[in-house]
Design a protein around this ligand. Sequence first.
Ligand SMILES: *Cc1c(COP(=O)(O)O)cnc(C)c1O
Length: 733
Amino acid sequence: MSQTEIPPSAEPSRSTWTDVTPQALYDKCMTVARNLWWSWHPEVINLFRDLDPVRWRQLDHNPIALLSEMTPEQLAQRASEMVLYTRINQAHRRLNDYLNNTQTTWGARKAGVLGSMPVAYFSAEFGIHESVPIYSGGLGVLSGDHIKSASGLGVPLVAIGLFYDQGYFKQHLNAEGWQQEEYLNTNVEEMPMEPARDPQGRPITVEIDTRDGRLLAKVWLMRVGRVPLYLLDCDVEGNRPEDRELTSRLYGGDLRTRIRQELVLGVGGVKALRAMGIKPGVYHLNEGHSAFATLEVMRERMHDDGLPFDDALREVARRTVFTTHTPVPAGHDRFDGKLMEEHLGPLREKLGISYEQLMGLGRVEPQNEGETFCMTVLGLKLSRRANAVSNLHGVVSRRMWANLWPWRVEEEIPIGHITNGVHIPSWLAYPMAQLYDKYLGTGWHMTMGEPGVFDRVYEIDPGEFWETHNALKSRLLEFVRRRVSRQCRRRNEDEASVEAARNVLDPNSLTIGFARRFATYKRANLFLRDIDSIAELVADSNRPVQFIFAGKAHPADEPGKKFIQEIANLRRDPRFAGRIVFVEDYDINVGRHLIQGVDVWMNNPRRPLEASGTSGQKVVLNGGLNFSVLDGWWAEAYNGMNGFAIGKGSSHVDVEKNDQRDAESLSQVLSEEVIPCFYDRDAFGIPLQWIDRVFNSVATLGAQFSAHRMVIDYTEQAYLIAAGGTTSEMSLR
Ligand SMILES: *Cc1c(COP(=O)(O)O)cnc(C)c1O
C-alpha cells in the first residue's frame, strides 16, 4: 500500500485550549490558511466555514481574507463558542505531519532520483481553488490537479506560472442575456503567497532583455501542499507602465502581449529557478505557452558547460517533456518573425544562431519563410517525450504533426498519450467520501490512483447511496436557487421573477448538468436543434427532465456569447421556465457544486475536437453518470454500462450533417435510455438499474481517470526516463 495522503481518521489531538494563547491560535490558523493543502481537506474547509459561515461565502472561501477581518481575541472567542480548539490544533498538526512525512510516499519509493533534481512543471494557468483566480478553465484546473497529486504522491516537483492580478473575468448576463465581463483587482495581501527568495534570503527579480528594452518580473511563492508554485509577476517598479500590466489578465490583449507573457513564463521561469538555486532534472512544458523555456535552458548549458549549440539542443531535448492539449489548429500560438526578433533577438545572439535558424525551430519546414513561428512546433522539436492527453487525441495529434517527421509512417510519429485525470480529494463531496470510507475502509485514500481500488463499490447499500446522492442534489438545487435569484436581483427584475427564481427546478426530476467554456466546437446549443422533442421531455409530468447550464465565452468570441444568450433566454420560454437555468460566472466553485449534485453530466463536443475534457471525470466518484459524445477521455472510458454515449464514435466530414446526426442521437438516447433507466424504480423508489450503472462507472473509471494515476504515468513513462537522460523516445501507446 502506498502512503499518498494522511488518512482523515488520524487520532484526535491531546492538547487542550488552555495551553494556547489567542495569538498562537491565530498563527496556527494562518499557517494552515497559507498552504493550499487546506483546499482539498473537507474537515479543514468546514473549520474555516464555522468561523463565520456568511463571510466565508462572501469572501469566495478565502481563509486569509476571513482571518484578516478578525483579531486573535475575536478568533479565540469564536473558537471557544464553537468548540474549535481541537479542530484547529488537529488541522495544524495534520498539515505538519503531511509536510514532514515524506519518507513513506509513493514518490519516495518510486521517484527518489528526482529528489535532488525535481521536475519543473510549467503552465500558463493554475486552477487550485476559487479564491486564487489565476486560471480560466480546463488547462488551469488540470495543472492545479497535477501539482496537487504530485504533492500527494510525493513526486519531487516545482511548478512555474504567472501571477495575474486581475485573473480571468467575472461573468454577468444583462437583461438580453448577453455576457458582460468585469475584471476585479485581486488583493495581493489576501493571496496565500509570499516573495520567493534566493539562497541568501533575498527576494528575486528576474530580468529579460528584448530589443525594445528590459522586462522585469518578481517571483512569488505559493505553497500547494508539498509543491512550491512560483509565480512571475511583472507589476514591478522599473517596468514601464504598460509592462507593469503585462501579467494582469489571462489570455487578454493582442499577440504582442501574448508573446511577452510567454517570454516571461518560459525564459523568466528558467531564470527564476536558477536564481533560487533549483536545478531541475526534467522540464515539463504543459502546453506550448512555456516552450521558450527550452531556449533559455540551452543558453545555460552553453554558458555553464561550454556546449556547442547542437549538443545543448540535444541535452535540453533529453530532459524535456512536452504535453500538447489542442486538436484545433487555431489553438496553437503562432508569432511572426518581427515579434520573434523583437523578443527573442538578444537570446538568439547568445545562442549564436541566425534569425533563420531560430525561426526554423518553430517551423514545420525550417526553410519555409512563409511559415510563422509555432510554439507547439518548438515544444515538439525540443522534447524527446511528447504526449497528447487522451488516446484519441494521440491519434489526432500524430496526424496533425506528421509533417514534422515526413520520413515516418503515422503510427511511428513520436507523440504518445497520457490521458488526463482529476484530483479526487478536491472534487469528491465529503458525504460521498465518507460513504466510501464506510464500505471500502479509509485505505482507498492511500491508493486512489491504483487499479482495483473501487472494485468493492458494489458492496455499498443502494438505498444509502441514493440517500447520499439526493442530499448532494438538494445542496446543488439550493445553491442554484440562491445564485439564480441573486442574478435576477442584480438585473433589477421584479419581485415575482426573483421569487420564481427562488423556486426553480424540482428535486425529483432527472437533472442534467452542462458546464464548460462556450467555445463553438463544444456545441452547447446542440440540444436546441431538436428543441421540440427536448421540450416534450422536459414537460413530461411523469418523467420530467431539467437542465442546469453554466460557462463563459472568451470576451472576443461573439458566436460563443450568442450560444449563451440563446440558452439563458430559454427561461422566458414557457415550455422551459423553471426547468432550464443558466448559472452565471462558472468557476471552480460553481463547477464543484454542479458535478457533485447532478444525475447526469452532458458533453457534446464536435468529435474529435475535445482533447480530453475533465469535468465529466469529476462526476464519476460523486455518483453521477456521463452522457457524452465518444470524444476525448469518454472515447476510451465508455464500456456500454458505465454511462451513456451520444453518437457512435464516428464523425461525418460534413459538419452540418455531423451536427444533425449527433443532435438526433442526443434526444433519442435521452428518451430511450437515460430517462427510462432513471425512472425505473423499485418498491422503495430506488432506481436499482441506474445505481448499478453508477457503481460500474465508479469501479471502472474512478481510479483510471484520477490525477494520481495520471501523475504516476507521467513519472514512470516520462519523468524518470528524462531524468535518466536517455535518448530513447517515449513509447506510450
Ligand atoms: C473541470 C473544469 C473545467 C474543464 O472541464 P472540461 O470538461 O474540460 O470542459 C473548466 N472549468 C472549470 C471551472 C472546471 O472546474
